[in-house]
Design a protein around this ligand. Structure first.
Ligand code: KG4
Ligand code: ZN
Length: 336
């Protein structure tokens, strides 16, 4: 079964053709990041406009690269939630138009579920159940993936997402948006024990995260040093901050894995590209006898292929949208 999939939840316009949820026939991503960088973050209005301008060409290119016509496609998958509402609406309306014009079923896909599905493409043998750390620019979750479309949230952030914390700390240190990537690169050269930073936990909720205090601590440390004219070692501060974030993520993840008796660990989302997070997950999984799956780097960020993968499993479970499908800015991963 071939699915044409569309993603427009944030600042990438993406489309792909994926066969049976696992085989990517094409994947096209048009990134707007250069333009948003001018403003230090995603400007929702600009994002919507650029999606509207690019979507037609991106979908055409995905079909062409897969050597498919619309008549070869069996269903149309689209990210409908969560995300920037104006951005989501562009993809949803385009997909609805295609579905109505061709008579092909329309499959609604939750953005975080699709990040998890990036792993089904990278690891064709991977099947639920597993415990997944979903870490992106907007979300940080520990999710028990019972089945392809059955999820249970075990823990979540109470404030900032991990990616957001990385981006804000990086911005304070003068790095361009999205700073998480650059902070990770600079941290490779630093000493992670150079600065003492808090390790926030959420009282009474051992699997939840809180990153805003950590983010504020690094921002204050930087500003205080600036005011006193003290030298900050950027590499060391990046390394110390990255270590603190990764420790919070892995501590709660492995606490949950032990308590739930799960030994298959999966990572997903933009932050799963983080070098230290990948190394630590590998080390801890080896130590605890768990099997680890992380997405290939090209599928960590937003893309259409992961949407096509999840759409296949949503389709199999009967999750087909009517023509009144709407975009939703906020929706829990276990909505169904
Ligand atoms: O999943 P994603 O592409 O978009 C959302 O759904 O939010 O995640 C983007 C986030 C950004 O905050 C970006 O800075 C972060 O992922 N990110 C990283 C790395 N690569 C991307 N954060 C830390 N280290 C990285 N290597
Ligand atoms: Zn994403």
């Amino acid at each position: 079964m071939k699915i044409l999939s569309i993603e427009s939840s944030c600042d990438e316009t993406a489309a792909a053709v994926v066969e049976d949820g696992r085989k990517v026939l094409s994947s096209v991503v048009a990134s707007q990041v250069e333009e948003h960088r001018l403003y230090g973050g995603v400007v929702p209005e600009i994002a919507s406009r650029r999606h509207a301008e690019s979507i037609s060409a991106v979908v055409r290119e995905a079909l062409a690269q897969a050597q498919c016509n619309l008549s070869d496609i069996d269903a149309i998958g689209v990210t409908f939630a969560p995300g920037l509402i104006g951005a989501l609406l562009v993809g949803v309306n385009f997909a609805k138009g295609l579905s109505l014009a061709t008579g092909k079923p329309l499959v609604p896909v939750h953005h975080l579920r699709s990040h998890i599905a990036a792993n089904y493409i990278t690891h064709t043998e991977l099947k639920p159940p597993f415990l997944c750390l979903v870490v992106s620019g907007g979300h940080s979750h520990i999710v028990m993936v019972e089945d392809y479309t059955k999820m249970r949230v075990i823990g979540a952030t109470r404030d900032d997402a991990a990616g957001e914390a990385f981006d804000k700390a990086a911005r304070t240190m003068g790095m361009p948006y999205p700073g998480g990537i650059e902070l990770d690169r600079v941290a490779e050269e630093g000493n992670e024990n150079a600065y003492t930073l808090p390790h926030p936990t959420v009282a009474g909720s051992p699997y939840d995260f809180s990153f805003s205090g950590l983010k504020t601590a690094v921002i204050n440390l930087h500003h205080n040093a600036e005011q006193k004219g003290e030298e900050i070692c950027k590499e060391d501060l990046c390394a110390s901050f990255r270590k603190a974030v990764v420790d919070c993520l892995t501590d709660n993840l492995f606490k949950a894995a032990a308590d739930l008796g799960v030994d298959t660990i999966v990572a997903a989302g933009g932050v799963s590209a983080n070098r230290l997070l990948r190394r630590e997950l590998e080390r801890l999984c080896k130590e605890k006898g768990c099997k680890l799956y992380v997405p290939q780097l090209s599928l960590c960020g937003d893309n259409g292929a992961m949407v096509g993968s999840q759409a296949y499993y949503e389709f199999l479970s009967g999750n087909i949208a009517e023509s009144n499908l709407n975009a939703i800015a906020t929706l829990p991963i276990d909505y169904l």
